[in-house]
Design a protein around this ligand. Structure first.
Ligand SMILES: NC(=O)c1ccc[n+]([C@@H]2O[C@H](COP(=O)([O-])OP(=O)(O)OC[C@H]3O[C@@H](n4cnc5c(N)ncnc54)[C@H](O)[C@@H]3O)[C@@H](O)[C@H]2O)c1
Length: 482
């Protein structure tokens, strides 16, 4: 049972801004919007802003993705979004294209939503997609427009984009740049975009600020209708870029903090879930992001904390972020810990090269990096599945939504068609993504299917007493065994 907990507001909210009227370059009533890159971020934005009444064009060079979106099919799993996609395509407010000339003609405000993955040769961010998007768009522009970065980038990128713009655009067009980092969370992305908890606007001119307000008027109107405020932080480019880097560094640190506590709890025979409750009721600490487990993954936190360190190093401030290296190491250690626990539970020898799990059948429940998403980028669940498989185990992976992506990214692993199929004949079950299907699975029924009643709760999301009562030998992360 959770204790009633109402956090108090630390700061007064900023009043909803009253945008100063601004001439829209296309002559339309509201700015026409383009979203360059229609992945998790860009497609969600394109769909949600069409829902808010804007005339929207989403662009991506990936023809298959654009064909899917144009046909009303979402290329990824995100609750509630497919219905919004179909509704707005039908209403004629939303279309998709691979053509930069069309995007340039359409947009008053162009949001850059392309990927910024970790470079293969180091920790820094690969900005080649940002460069390609900007240099493909700008030569096609024929009137004034605002280019707004939404991708997560190293500090200094907006200034560099401004230089690219001045290199490729005729100066008389007066193309401007702004940066507005994005904080949406996969799993409730549509709600995060329609109802953001804040907007951060990095701008250099009143015109850019007014255009951004006009481009978000639908967000402010929705908030006013729902009697909410959307706080707005208006700042310079560098601060806007750093807000995002700092937010992700903080979140990653909080997760690794509780995972470090889990390590100490394991050594001391204490229970990290109770420790988290014990500290989380202090509203200076808060309860969120205090679930010990196999740690963070996905397309953001891991690469963002590495890129932040790399950029700080370039700026001569590397020492300030040295702790993020430890945050990363703690996070990665949790993955190895599941393999150690597996060897312990299966009573298998652990040599200098890791454990020998040959001949053991292990069910890995979870492939996506978090529940309610099919995103498997840097997924802790799949990383653990890979380690178990390399240790000789016969691993069967099951995930409610992430199977297609997992098969593509990790073709060497074996996949089961259902939860029951994964567990059937397994000596050990590892729950590594906290999907509801796993959290509320019936441990008695699963006990009938498994060859050995051993379970590792890699997300501390199961009811330990219930599983133990059904005869399972239970291990959590940072918790004493049952
Ligand atoms: N996914 C999230 O939850 C999230 C949240 C906040 C911020 N971000 C940031 O947003 C950015 C995008 O992330 P994502 O998860 O949507 O990535 P993604 O890989 O899902 O999408 C990126 C898209 O950009 C497209 N693209 C590549 N080159 C292009 C070009 N030249 N022009 C136009 N499109 C191009 C790709 O085809 C792809 O569809 C990253 O910087 C990420 O860190 C993501």
């Amino acid at each position: 049972m959770s204790f009633p907990y109402t956090p108090t507001r630390a700061y007064p909210t900023t009043p909803t801004p009253q945008p100063t009227p601004v001439d829209i370059p296309s002559g339309a009533q509201r700015p026409r919007l383009t979203f360059l890159g229609t992945g998790y971020l860009g497609a969600t934005y394109a769909i949600c802003f069409a829902e808010l009444g804007y005339d929207v064009l989403g662009l991506d060079p990936d023809e298959a993705k654009i064909a899917k979106l144009s046909a009303g099919e979402l290329p990824f799993h995100e609750a509630d979004l497919d219905e919004l996609l179909r509704r707005n395509l039908a209403a004629g407010r939303l279309r998709f294209s691979t053509n930069y000339r069309e995007a340039a003609e359409h947009g008053d405000v162009h949001f850059v939503c392309v990927g910024t993955p970790q470079r293969p040769d180091g920790m820094s961010a690969d900005l080649s997609y940002v460069e390609a998007a900007v240099t493909s768009l700008v030569p096609n522009l024929t009137r004034k427009a605002l280019i707004v970065g939404k991708s997560t980038v190293p500090v200094g990128t907006a200034e560099w984009v401004e230089q690219l713009v001045s290199k490729y655009a005729p100066p008389e067009l007066g193309i401007e740049v702004a940066w507005s980092p994005e904080f949406l969370q996969e799993g409730h992305a549509a709600d995060d975009v329609l109802r953001p908890n804040r907007l951060v606007l990095g701008v250099k001119s009143e015109w850019a600020q007014s255009m951004l307000y006009a481009a978000h008027k639908g967000v402010f109107d929705l908030a006013a209708n729902e009697d909410r405020e959307v706080p707005v932080v208006v700042t310079d480019f560098a601060t806007a870029e750093l807000v995002k880097a700092a937010a992700n560094a903080y979140l990653a640190t909080k997760i690794s903090f509780i995972n470090a506590m889990a390590e100490v709890c394991e050594a001391a025979g204490a229970d990290v879930t109770m420790l988290a409750r014990g500290i989380g009721y202090d509203d200076r600490i808060g309860k969120k992001f205090l679930q010990a487990g196999v740690g963070f993954g996905g397309g953001c936190l891991p690469k963002d904390i590495r890129a932040f360190q790399a950029r700080a190093q370039e700026l001569g401030a590397g020492e300030a972020l040295r702790f993020l290296h430890e945050v990363d190491l703690i996070n990665l250690r949790r993955r190895t810990r599941v393999v150690q626990l597996s060897a312990e539970l299966l009573d298998r020898p652990y040599g200098p090269n890791g454990p020998d799990l040959s001949g053991q059948r292990i069910a890995v429940l979870g492939a996506s990096f978090k529940p309610n998403s099919d995103d498997v980028r840097d997924s802790p669940a799949l990383a653990v599945a890979g380690k178990l498989s390399r240790a000789g185990a016969h691993v069967a992976v099951y995930d409610p939504e992430g199977m297609e992506n997992a098969r593509r990214e990790y073709p060497d692993l074996e996949y089961a068609a259902s939860l029951n199929e994964a567990v059937r004949g397994a000596e050990l079950v590892c729950v590594l993504t906290a999907w509801e299907e796993f959290r509320y699975a019936d441990p008695k029924a699963l006990a009938e299917l498994a060859a050995g009643r051993r379970v590792i709760d890699g997300r501390n999301c199961l009811d330990q007493a219930l599983w133990a009562a059904a005869g399972w030998e239970f291990r959590g992360i940072g918790r004493p065994g049952a």
